[in-house]
Design a binder for this molecule. Structure first.
Ligand SMILES: C[S@@+](CC[C@H](N)C(=O)[O-])C[C@H]1O[C@@H](n2cnc3c(N)ncnc32)[C@H](O)[C@@H]1O
Length: 268
C-alpha cells in the first residue's frame, strides 16, 4: 500500500498542496472540532505545561493543545516543509505556538521535557509506529499524557444502497493513503509495549453534513488518482464527481466513518 503521508515532503508539490487544503478543510469541519474536544477537553495538565503534536500538518490541531487541552506552550513537529510553512502562516497570531521540521521517531527534544504528546491522525500513516511511541515515552515527563486519535478507515462508507458506485471510490482513496488500516485497533497494546499506562479509549462516529467538505476532498482526490492510474476516463471521473455533487445538492449524500481516541500516561 503506498501512502503519500508517510513521506509527504517527497510527494509532488500539487499533491502536497491538495493534502494541505484537505487538512485545512477537515480541521474546521464542526463534527471534527467536536471529536477533538471530546477527547482533549478532559485532559488535565499542570500549570505552564508544554505540549507537542507529532505530525502536525498545517497546525490546526496543535493549536487545540493550547485552546482545548490547556497547555501554555505547544510545538508542532512535521517532516514536510510545505506543511510547516503553512502552519506558520495560519498561526502567526499565536506566540505560544511554534512549528518545526522534524521526525516523530527522533524529534531531538530532551528526555523528560514534555507534559503532553499528541498524535492526531498520524500513526496509521507511519511505518514502524512503535518507534514513534518509544520517542513519545522518552520525551514525556513522568506522569505526562499521551493522546492518540486515528481514523478507523475500514469503517468509512458513502454507500446509500447495494453496489453504490461511489463506495469503491472512497475505498480506493483509503487503500492508497493509509499505511496501516488496522492501527486504531492495535493502539492499546502498542502503547503498553512502549511502557505507557493506557487509559480511556473512545470511539467517535463522524457523519458528514452540509457540503461534506472532507468526503468531497476524498472523492475528488480518489477520482484524480483513478484517472491518472488509467481506471477512469476524464468523462467517467467527471460523471462520478457530478454524482457526489448532485447528492449534496439534493440532500441525499451520506458519509460516515469511525475514529478512535486513546489517552495514556507515562508512569510517575
Ligand atoms: C493526516 S496528516 C495529519 C496532520 C494533522 N495532525 C491534522 O490532523 O491536521 C499526517 C501528518 O503526519 C506527518 N508525518 C508522517 N510521518 C511522520 C513522521 N515520521 N514524523 C512526524 N510527522 C509525520 C505527515 O507529513 C502529515 O502531515
Amino acid at each position: 500500500m503506498s501512502d503519500p503521508y508517510a513521506n509527504l515532503g517527497a510527494a509532488a508539490q500539487d499533491i502536497q498542496i491538495a493534502i494541505a487544503d484537505a487538512m485545512d478543510a477537515r480541521s474546521i469541519d464542526p463534527a471534527q472540532v467536536t471529536m477533538r474536544r471530546a477527547y482533549m477537553s478532559g485532559i488535565s495538565l499542570p500549570r505552564g505545561a508544554f505540549a507537542v503534536e507529532m505530525g502536525s500538518g498545517t497546525g490546526h490541531v496543535t493549536r487545540d493543545l493550547i485552546t482545548v487541552a490547556g497547555a501554555s506552550r505547544a510545538l508542532g513537529i512535521e517532516p514536510a516543509a510545505l506543511m510547516v510553512e503553512r502552519a506558520h502562516q495560519h498561526h502567526a497570531d499565536e506566540p505560544a505556538l511554534s512549528f518545526e521540521v522534524g521526525d516523530a521517531k527522533a524529534c531531538g527534544l530532551e528526555s523528560g521535557s514534555v507534559d503532553m504528546v499528541l498524535m492526531h491522525t498520524l500513526l496509521c500513516h507511519v511505518p514502524g509506529p512503535d518507534a514513534v511511541m518509544t520517542e513519545a515515552f522518552r520525551i514525556l515527563k513522568p506522569g505526562g499524557v499521551l493522546a492518540v486519535f486515528d481514523g478507523d478507515y475500514d469503517t468509512a462508507t458513502v454507500a446509500i444502497g447495494d453496489f453504490d458506485p461511489l463506495e469503491p471510490v472512497v475505498k480506493y482513496m483509503i487503500d492508497a493513503n493509509v499505511h496501516n488500516l488496522w492501527l486504531p485497533r492495535q493502539l492499546v497494546p502498542l502503547a503498553a509495549a512502549a511502557g505507557f499506562t493506557t487509559g480511556e479509549v473512545q470511539a467517535h462516529g463522524y457523519l458528514a453534513s452540509g457540503e461534506a467538505a472532507y468526503f468531497m476532498s476524498v472523492i475528488d482526490r480518489a477520482l484524480t488518482k483513478m484517472q491518472a492510474d488509467g481506471l477512469l476516463t476524464p468523462a467517467g471521473a467527471d460523471g462520478l464527481r457530478e454524482e457526489a455533487r448532485t447528492r449534496i445538492a439534493e440532500n441525499r449524500f451520506f458519509g460516515f466513518m469511525s475514529y478512535t481516541s486513546m489517552l495514556a500516561t507515562k508512569p510517575a
